[in-house]
Design a protein around this ligand. Structure first.
Ligand code: GLY
Ligand code: MN
Length: 390
């Protein structure tokens, strides 16, 4: 089908990518980042590349995925006008021959996802494979073309993420019920991972974090043999993948009644999170949301204790655009790098301020939101009280 109105879901995504060809003076784009290939084709194999032209696409993959790829291309919701190209000797050789055979003057590639070695192989081989007298395509560095399109979710993605958020909410309730003093961090992490799977997720979205006592002051601690002991703060950070889409949640427990210091940290972080959630609306900048959380923590003397950004986009990857981080003095550079920019309806990201006091402990509260026409929708719905375990 042609035309935006009648285009399929994947067709609409391709149109948005092709819109960028004009500004970047491209005749085609070689997409090699797995999440980007999946976004444009529904292809879920671990190796594949997509050459997007102005009206057709070519999906390159190897023998392991050919049957699945054929079925995908034949499916009614499959990628439009896409031809399958099997890998012959190696990806580099097949892709280079494909590029050389297009006759297109300028073909973009994803510089953030290409090794220097692969780039060298492409350029050497494209030169060799070009027919005598034929145009040898120039390989042009591109940055974030598909990622920027992915940052705004379509209605189908939003409903998948909404469902994933509900599932994560249920998993959190189950995890809370199973916590007991004396368990080892590793044991709790294994329970979290098991609960994610039994709750319907296809896998954990990242290595589950369970950090107890002083370990909770390390924002990305690895769970270890330490046992949960009376007086500990326990930071739990976990997420799942549902239908390819990632959701992410952090909550904090105390073993026994919380100390005043733990309560103070928790209340400050909860207020920072509320302020950030209230700052989410279309047109607000991602850094405004970060600023709202940061201001609350600074007012409580915890500015230094909040050493990371407020959030990150969620989608086919656990960390994607938009980034919700501190304002950069050079706004233009931040926008170009995808580190800041105005929020738009359909963006989905975490809000996860934290405060960490080395040697004592840390608190992080994390929920997932979708930007709506006039604010935001919470995708996760878990009480933000301290989980007191006795
Ligand atoms: N929740 C894990 C992360 O954001 O990296
Ligand atoms: Mn996160």
């Amino acid at each position: 089908m042609s035309g935006e109105g009648g285009a399929s879901r994947l067709g609409r995504r391709l149109l948005k990518v092709r819109d960028r060809f004009v500004a970047e003076r491209l005749d085609g784009l070689l997409v090699t980042h797995g999440a980007n290939v999946r976004y444009l084709t529904n292809f879920t194999g671990t190796s594949g590349a997509l050459l997007v032209g102005t009206s057709t696409c070519r999906l390159v993959t190897d023998g392991r995925y050919l049957t699945a790829a054929r079925a995908l291309l034949a499916a009614p919701d499959g990628p439009p006008d896409t031809e399958l190209v099997p890998v012959e000797r190696s990806y580099e050789a097949t892709v280079s021959e494909l590029l050389a055979g297009t006759g297109w003057p300028r073909i973009g590639f994803e510089v953030a996802h290409t090794s220097v070695k692969t780039h060298r192989q492409w350029t050497d081989r494209v030169g060799q494979a070009g027919q005598a007298g034929a145009q040898v395509p120039e390989l042009v560095e591109t940055y974030r073309i598909v990622e920027q399109v992915r940052a705004v979710k379509d209605p189908g993605e939003l409903s998948t993420l909404r469902r994933a958020g509900q599932m994560l909410t249920e998993v959190a309730g189950e995890v809370r019920r199973t916590l007991e003093p004396g368990q080892r961090e590793l044991e709790v992490a294994a329970t979290v991972d098991h609960t994610l799977r039994s709750g319907g997720f296809e896998r954990s979205a990242f290595d589950t974090i369970v950090a107890s006592g002083p370990n909770s002051a390390l924002p990305h601690a690895q769970p270890g043999p330490r046992r949960l002991a009376e007086g500990d703060i326990v930071l739990l950070d976990f997420g799942g993948v549902h239908d390819g889409y990632c959701v992410d949640l952090s909550r904090v427990a105390t073993i026994g009644p919380p100390t005043e210091a733990a309560q103070r940290l928790h209340a400050a972080v909860a207020d920072a999170q509320t302020a950030a959630i209230e700052a989410v609306r279309p047109g607000a900048w991602a850094s405004d949301v970060d600023g709202a959380a940061r201001r609350v923590l600074e007012e409580r003397g915890l500015g230094e204790a909040f050493g990371h950004g407020t959030g990150h986009g969620l989608g086919l990857e656990i960390h994607e655009e938009p980034r919700v981080a501190r304002r950069d003095a050079d706004r233009e550079r931040a926008v170009a790098a995808g580190a800041d920019g105005p929020l738009a309806p359909g963006m989905v990201f975490t809000i996860e301020p934290g405060a960490y006091e080395p040697g004592f402990g840390g608190v992080r509260l994390e929920d997932d939101v979708a930007v709506t026409d006039d604010g935001c929708e919470m995708l996760t719905d878990v009480g933000r009280d301290l989980w007191v375990v006795s």
